[in-house]
Design a binder for this molecule. Structure first.
Ligand code: URA
Length: 319
């Protein structure tokens, strides 16, 4: 069977409080489609998607980080079955005007119902629904991060770094990981878990079969405490609502709590040493307690223990 590998994007535009999706009318078939096309030799999926968007609708776009949707389908060309894989990204644009290529005769900005009416392959419905839900979550997270990063300028006597480190990962991840607070490397790069603790975390996740790119990672406090000290009660109090709101946006099914502070904040269990490996279900969400990777860096014998916690969590959730 012939195989094709393409890349494209859901391109959204805000319309009032909701979003509209760009759909292109194909000149020959008259059906509607998203901007997409073959991935050329030597191109990454992202490069191909951006090039296709430029060629098909004349837009230079940034792709949203962490979203990647894979659709597989089959169709017949010249009597031969073709198995096609298309990787879709999401981009958001502000202007409604689009210049379509000569392969298209027009375009539509569709709300979800319109988009589903125009989708040709019915098994693509869940993909389109996911994209609409995702772009909404992205807007909510942007607003939340905008508020969160203003905390230092609004708080008297602020003693943490003023550089906000946002959470990272798919906004519809099934798993969320909560750490304590960023370290110096995270402060520098404004990304969570990119220092030594982060490298260890990525390794231990991998050992348990968890790909880091598929999880949403954040911390109880998302500003670096000087000299890596423990955040104070006041600082934790100030950040509390933001962690809860991130959880409300991502809606994970599983939350992994790294270390005492995360355990205390989320479950009221601040003694991870004697509770590690426990899984507690609340409101249908599974909360798993394990060590913070910084503790494993300090005491490498604990590596096995942390990896064991994550492996048994994975066993439980795959049942
Ligand atoms: N440790 C944490 O708890 N959070 C980070 O973001 C990085 C290191």
């Amino acid at each position: 069977m012939k195989r094709e590998y393409s890349a494209g994007a859901y391109i959204f535009r805000r319309s009032g409080s909701s979003f509209k999706l760009l759909m292109l009318k194909r000149l020959r078939e008259g059906s509607y489609d998203l901007p997409k096309g073959h991935i050329e030799d030597g191109e990454t999926e992202e490069q191909a998607a951006k090039r296709e968007i430029m060629e098909e609708v004349g837009l230079r776009v940034d792709l949203m980080p962490s979203f990647r949707d894979v659709a597989n389908y089959e169709y017949y060309r010249d009597g031969r079955k073709v198995r096609k894989t298309v990787v879709y990204f999401i981009a958001e644009v502000s202007k409604p005007n689009v210049r379509v290529s000569e392969e298209h005769s027009g375009y539509l900005w569709c709300d979800l119902d319109d988009a589903l009416r125009h989708v040709y392959y019915k098994n693509f419905f869940p993909h389109v629904k996911r994209a609409f839900e995702y772009v909404k979550r992205a807007a909510e997270m942007r607003a939340l991060n905008g508020e969160y990063e203003k905390l230092p300028s609004k708080t008297k006597g602020w003693d943490l770094s003023k550089r906000f480190v946002p959470g990272e990962g798919p906004l519809d991840a099934g798993m969320m990981i909560v750490g304590q607070a960023p370290g110096a490397n995270e402060d520098e790069q404004r990304r969570p878990f990119v220092g030594r603790s982060g490298q260890l975390l990525t390794k231990v996740l991998g050992e348990a079969g968890i790909g880091r790119k598929g999880v949403y990672i954040c911390s109880v406090v998302q500003f670096f405490p000087p000299k890596n000290r423990m955040p104070s009660k006041t600082e934790v109090d100030l950040c509390r609502g933001f962690l809860a709101r991130q959880m409300g946006i991502v809606k994970p099914k599983v939350v992994v709590l790294l270390g005492n502070l995360a355990g205390q904040e989320v479950l009221g269990i601040g003694e991870v040493k004697s509770n590690h490996g426990r899984i507690i279900v609340r409101d249908g969400v599974k909360y798993a307690l394990t060590l913070h990777p910084a503790a494993v860096l300090r005491f490498p014998v604990l590596h096995k223990l942390m990896a064991g916690d994550l492996k048994s969590l994975m066993k439980q959730i795959s049942k």
